[in-house]
Design a protein around this ligand. Sequence first.
Ligand SMILES: [Zn+2]
Length: 103
Amino acid sequence: MQTLFPQPKTAAEALRQANILARASYLEEQGYRFVQRTRLNLYGVYKPGNAGPHSDYVVDRTPGHEICTCKGFKNDGDCKHRLFLVIEEEMMKDLAFRCGVEW
Ligand SMILES: [Zn+2]
């Protein structure tokens, strides 16, 4: 799977990136909510317990300009929120392919 992480320079950095990717798959089970905005490619990220109208972060998946407003994205170059959406998309594509549906 393609991530936006820079090439890791140390083993610790590689491990950190692998951990972020591993955690991304469990966000929904942990109670995170992802809500697609009216603008294509834009998603609100709601942390567990946030039932209000305002999201904690926003992920923009515009190709070439992908970004998340969280601190992790700024520090690491990618984050579990954006990666969650990528994993979801790949699962949907895979499912559509298995069912013979155009995606
Ligand atoms: Zn993020």
